[in-house]
Design a protein around this ligand. Structure first.
Ligand code: DC
Length: 237
């Protein structure tokens, strides 16, 4: 049906399921483009705050969403870098505060609508690995490979804690744990695009699994599904 569109691997799951790391490594191994859709919600939260636009101004939020110009890059040392209009916004995007505010804005239908075109714009040759909550159900519902990652709440909070600490950001485990539960609730129970696996998604429980093993599983499936197009760089990770 969409034979002429570049292939997509959709990787969805709750906060801390490892989807960001897995998507980023898979994209690198394949030499495909990467879309971190959560970062778009986070950037919108930041931009809205800067512009003094609040959650009860959906039309203005939609306009801001449509106008986002974001690129996901890597520094020469391999670190991820998120650019907004060529400005480095990586640190502000990764803060827990942005994540919380993003989750609040993500329940607003106009916000989601405004970001649809921005997200689909990342589908470029040779292929796209997209991670988020509704990649397989809504944004790329025609994706040829859909993965839904899960893990226990305890493990997800631990992973998040380690990640933030490594980045030198402030965090405490009990706060992360309760924030995670609140965010899961909100993401799963919202009326628009709730977090759930697509009917044709492969569900992988990654509790206790090293990230490399999850990446290998995704790459195996990608190569089986897409053959040559997913032959990638074969650099093993
Ligand atoms: O994956 P993340 O933590 O960066 O996402 C931040 C918030 O954005 C998350 O709580 C829910 C929202 N989000 C969404 O609703 N749909 C997506 N595709 C990605 C993120």
């Amino acid at each position: 049906m969409n034979a002429e569109l570049p292939p997509v691997i959709a990787i969805d799951g709750p906060s801390g399921s490892g989807k960001g790391t897995v998507a980023s490594r898979a994209a690198q191994a394949l030499g495909w483009n990467l879309l971190d859709s959560g970062a778009l919600y986070r950037i919108l939260a930041h931009v809205a705050q800067q512009a003094g636009v609040s959650a009860d101004e959906p039309a203005r939020l939609e306009e801001l969403a449509r106008g986002l110009r974001v690129a996901f890059m890597r520094t020469p040392t391999g670190a991820e870098q998120i650019l907004l209009d060529d400005r480095d916004v990586t640190a502000v995007v990764r803060s827990e505060q942005s994540g919380k505010r993003a989750s609040e804005l993500a329940v607003i239908p106009q916000v989601r609508q405004g970001l649809v075109g921005v997200q689909r714009g990342f589908r470029r040759a040779p292929g796209l690995v997209a991670d988020g909550r509704d990649m397989g159900t809504v944004i790329f519902s025609d994706a040829g490979l859909k993965i839904f990652l899960t893990a226990s709440v305890e493990e997800r909070a631990q992973r998040r804690y380690k990640q933030l600490k490594q980045k030198g950001l402030n965090a405490t485990l009990p706060t992360l744990f309760s924030d995670l539960i609140a965010r899961d609730e909100r993401d799963r129970n919202r009326s628009v695009s709730p977090l759930k696996p697509a009917p044709d998604a492969v569900v992988l429980d990654t509790t206790g699994m090293p990230v490399e093993a999850v990446v290998d599983q995704v790459l195996d499936r990608a190569r089986r599904r897409y053959g040559e197009a997913a032959a990638g760089r074969r650099q093993g990770g």
